[in-house]
Design a protein around this ligand. Structure first.
Ligand SMILES: Cc1ncc(COP(=O)(O)O)c(C=O)c1O
Length: 430
């Protein structure tokens, strides 16, 4: 009898008063002495930003900015890198550079972070939402084909969670239709498709260096391209675009309204050190995610992330698919139990972007519905079924970038997950 009570207590889930398998995980801290030393040197030099808006020395930024951009181009095998102060700024610069105009349509995935869909809006263009693939969660290419119209100017795809979208196919399609392909690669540094880096297959790719990403400089972003004209246009937009007058001899003034998207020398110094260690920072996340996938594979009702042939996934998010019909317990209850057990995760990624008030109400600039009032289409009526289903029913997300996890902790994470899974009957709400 005593042994039976002991077994019951041992198997009791933490959410019901049992013992958690792991205590809270520490935050992953990638900033080392190297970054501190570099920042101190910049501070001592007093040159904290060296940008000038006019066409003179300084228009392209200071020493650290230029060093970072050269290193980034080399590492990602591209001709031009343009640093900016966030991925969001980079998306705006990219949209501006390709000459997006009011009333143009830009195809974007329905599932992403809001910045992806806001970028076309800034120039009065209209984002058109495309459903996502049920396995890789990136743009569904068949839906892309259905949604291209005469008004489409660009496809702004996202390498969601660190898995490449169908980049080569999208590139071939945009070439055929004379459109631009822009990659929001905020989540995918070092992800690859067919041996090529995600972010470098489209006409422009934009990386994020915000605090939550694989490598970071607090805030920051990098736009990459192999097109000289696009690089120069992004450099103009980043830096007020005043330099269109004078020796720069800029002829095309479209979208040269100018912003201040300049990165500081301090952020660049941090980013340089982070870039030097990028393999280590990315691959430890990949190892962790692959370890979880291997150990939690083949559990009926749970589907670990799939990786498309010829692709490398870098797991900004490790996203499971949960099947309530097979498991009989609500996703919310299962996720609560995992969190109590010490496996930190959340129920769903962001709601499909057309559910944001700006699209639901079709009000962005002014009160008359600009730019949506430029369209004759019945905008945002149709839902994207896969995106809805994943959001409402299936996604369970874990963020490998957020925590400090060694092999021992990884083993405990697997143990915690299995404990909840094996004792799922305890969660029966009835
Ligand atoms: C897919 C995607 N796009 C854009 C952004 C915006 O990046 P930033 O914070 O650098 O502007 C993020 C940030 O999480 C993102 O995940």
């Amino acid at each position: 009898m005593a042994t039976q009570t002991k077994t019951i207590m041992k198997n009791k889930l933490a959410i019901l008063g049992g013992k958690p398998t792991l205590k809270t995980l520490n935050t992953y801290k990638s900033i080392s002495k190297l970054e501190v030393k570099e920042v101190n040197e910049v501070l001592k030099s007093g040159k904290i930003s060296c940008f000038y808006g006019s066409w003179e020395e300084g228009f392209l930024g200071g020493e650290k900015i230029q060093e970072l951009e050269a290193m980034w181009s080399k590492r990602f095998e591209v001709k031009y890198s343009v640093s900016v102060n966030s991925n969001t700024s980079g998306l705006y610069a990219a949209m501006g550079a390709i000459g997006i105009s009011p009333g143009d349509e830009v195809l974007v995935p329905s599932t992403s972070m809001s910045a992806t869909a806001m970028a076309p809006l800034i120039y009065g263009a209209i984002p058109i939402f495309v459903d996502i693939d049920k396995d890789t969660f990136c743009m569904n290419i068949e839906d892309v084909k259905k949604k291209i119209t005469k008004k489409t100017k660009a496809i702004l795809t996202v390498n969601l969670f660190g898995h490449p979208a169908r980049l080569k196919e999208l590139k071939d399609l945009t070439k055929k239709k004379n459109l631009f392909l822009i990659e929001d690669n905020a989540q995918g540094p070092l992800a690859t498709e067919g041996g090529r880096y995600a972010g470098t297959i489209g006409d422009i790719g934009i990386f994020s260096l915000n605090y939550h990403k694989h490598i970071h400089s607090g805030e920051g972003g990098i736009c990459v391209t192999n097109d000289k004209n696009l690089a120069e246009r992004m450099q103009m937009i980043r830096n007020h675009a005043e330099a269109v007058v004078g020796p720069s001899k800029t002829r095309d003034l479209t979208n040269m309204v100018g912003f201040n998207f300049r990165m500081t020398e301090i952020s660049a110094a941090i980013a340089i050190q982070q870039l030097k260690q990028i393999d280590q920072h990315v691959n430890r996340r990949v190892d962790l995610a692959e370890n979880l996938s291997t150990n939690l594979n083949n559990l009926p009702g749970i589907e670990v992330p799939k990786v498309r042939k010829n692709c490398k996934h870098v797991y900004y998010v490790w996203a499971l698919k949960y099947d309530k019909n097979k498991l009989g317990i609500s996703r919310k209850r299962f996720v609560d139990a995992l969190n109590h057990q010490g496996f930190p995760c959340f129920e769903a990624y962001l709601s499909p972007l057309y559910n944001l008030p700006v699209f639901k109400n079709k009000i962005a600039f002014g009160s008359k519905g600009y730019p949506f009032n430029l369209s004759k289409r019945n905008l945002y009526i149709d839902k994207c079924n896969v995106a809805e289903d994943l959001h409402k029913e299936k996604f369970i997300c874990f963020e490998p970038c957020a925590y400090e996890i060694d092999e021992k902790k990884c083993k405990l994470l697997v143990e915690a997950f299995k404990k909840v899974y094996d004792n799922i009957h305890q969660l029966d709400e009835a």
